[in-house]
Every structure is written in C-alpha cells, then in structure tokens.
Design a protein around this ligand. Structure first.
Ligand code: MN
Length: 137
C-alpha cells in the first residue's frame, strides 16, 4: 500500500493514526514536530503526509507551505488533521496548500476514504493525467 508520514505532537493521537494506517495496510513514519517532519519528507519522499495543524514551534500550516514551495516535496499530498472546526480555519488549511482536511477525533472510515482519494489523485498526477501542458503557438 502506501508509505505515509505522520506529523503529530500528541502521543495518543500518533498511536491511533499509526494503528489505523497499519490496519489499512499502509506503512508509517512518525515525526513529533514540523522541523523533523520536513526533514523526513525530503529524505524519504512519502506517498502522503498526515499533518497535524497545532504543533509546538512551527505549525502545520507553515510546514505545509514549505513543503508545497519545494519542488522535491510539492507533489506529496497533505491531509490536514485538526481540532479546528470553524469554516475559516478549514479555509486556512486550503490556502496553506493542504490537499484535504479532517477534523479530529479521527474516524477511520473518513480517514481511509480521504487517503484513498488523495493517493488516486497523486497517481494520476504522476502518470501525467493531471498535468496541463503549455505550448506556445
Ligand atoms: Mn497537535
């Protein structure tokens, strides 16, 4: 299945995410802060990143912006995990470049659906289906 990087500072949330991903056949890498997560993302090029938004130091929004600015990591789908439930907060995750959003607490069906959708999108992009070609006349 997929290789997924989880960036989450809460140990209980991390444990749950790892368990849910393993049950779906995915392998996971764990980072407890954004800086470690960015290093791991560059080094191991995961298929997808689960990004907690509220992190100590650099938050998940800032980390996602950096990932999306870097050509080596821009193509990795980012699924934001957040306790923020307000509509404007959801908009903030979109503006930062997150590809999808899940409100905690994690519900496994929603998590699996969003992961599958993002992995399918990522594959389409890798196959060239979603990349528009600009030609000069
Ligand atoms: Mn957190």
């Amino acid at each position: 299945m997929a290789h997924i990087l989880i960036i989450e500072d809460n140990a209980a949330n991390m444990k749950l995410a790892v368990l849910l991903l393993e049950n779906a056949g995915h392998t996971s890498l764990c980072a407890a802060d954004a800086e470690t997560g960015l290093t791991m993302a560059r080094a191991s090029r995961p298929d997808l990143i689960l990004m907690d938004i509220q992190l100590p130091g650099m938050d998940g929004l800032a980390a996602t912006k950096l990932l999306k600015q870097d050509p080596h990591t821009a193509g990795i789908p980012v699924l934001a995990l957040t306790a923020m439930a307000m509509k404007e907060d959801r908009e903030k995750t979109r503006l930062a470049g997150c590809d999808a959003y899940i409100a905690k607490p994690l519900r496994y069906l929603e998590l699996y659906e969003k992961i599958d959708a993002l992995l399918t999108l990522g594959k389409a992009a890798a196959d060239g289906e979603a990349i528009p070609v600009q030609r000069s006349p």
